[in-house]
Design a protein around this ligand. Structure first.
Ligand code: ZN
Length: 247
């Protein structure tokens, strides 16, 4: 059965650098993937970027990966700590209520980029179990050139607990990354195509496959399989009918 997947990214390209191949894998499995980008006003990063050019890159990349839809909050890049976190949380909550995702991917909580930290916190707040009971898994992804540059504090380390074999989807990821012409750097920068390939090979070697993307599991909720006497209410909660009851 296909799943609804929500990928939340602070900036355009985060979703691609962190889990572009995993997104492609989900799409190939028939899952419906929504990418939600919080801050795409790129003026803080590059003078020649405009919102339109950044969104064009994001949409082009999403198309290559089989993403179902991309949503933009349109907030200012590198200034999310100046926005009430309630505003960001409520924007994410609105998407959750729209699409009822079973799987959510978000940033690691201590990336060096503060926007990533804000998005991580807002995601966990928005996806509280009682307000979004349909969510089965929340995972954090690493963002090359952000996660590994955080401080050396053990409690804030990115320690993968889930790996996705992306051997069949790595080339699609790199092809999509190449559409972000303003984001690619020469090797050995972490955002170079060669370094991304090497990184995928490293994570793959951990689990014995050619290439992988790593994730930290934040929460997983296992529910009993639905039976003929179970029904879902409008929030995805299971309402178990007593034996012999009629709907
Ligand atoms: Zn970012």
């Amino acid at each position: 059965m296909s799943k609804r997947v929500l990928v939340i990214a602070a900036h355009p390209d985060d979703e691609l650098l962190g889990l572009g191949a995993t997104v492609c894998w989900h799409a190939s499995c028939g899952d419906l993937v929504t990418v939600a980008i919080v801050a795409d006003n790129g003026t803080a990063r590059y003078k020649d970027e405009t919102i339109e050019s950044v969104r064009y890159c994001a949409l082009q990349a999403a198309r290559r990966l089989g993403v179902t839809e991309v949503r933009f909050a349109g907030l200012a890049d590198q200034k999310l700590d100046m926005v009430p976190i309630l505003d960001i949380t409520q924007w994410i909550e609105g998407i959750l209520q729209d699409i009822h995702p079973q799987i959510i991917y978000t940033h690691h909580r201590r990336d060096i980029n503060h926007d990533h930290q804000v998005v991580h916190e807002a995601t966990l707040t928005a996806a509280r179990p009682y307000s979004s009971p349909y969510v089965e898994r929340i995972l954090c992804y690493e963002t090359p050139s952000a996660t590994e540059w955080a401080g050396p504090y053990a409690e804030d380390s990115f320690v993968p607990t889930v790996y996705v074999d992306i051997s069949a989807h790595l080339e699609a990821k790199l092809s999509a990354v190449s559409t972000y012409t303003t984001e690619i750097r020469p090797y050995p920068h972490p955002r170079s195509l060669e370094a991304l390939r090497t990184r995928a090979a490293h994570w793959g070697s951990v689990i014995g496959v050619a290439a992988a993307e790593p994730f930290m599991l934040m929460r997983e909720i296992q529910r009993p399989l639905l039976s003929a006497v179970d029904v879902l209410d409008d929030r995805g909660l299971v309402e178990r009918k007593a034996a012999g009851a009629t709907a």
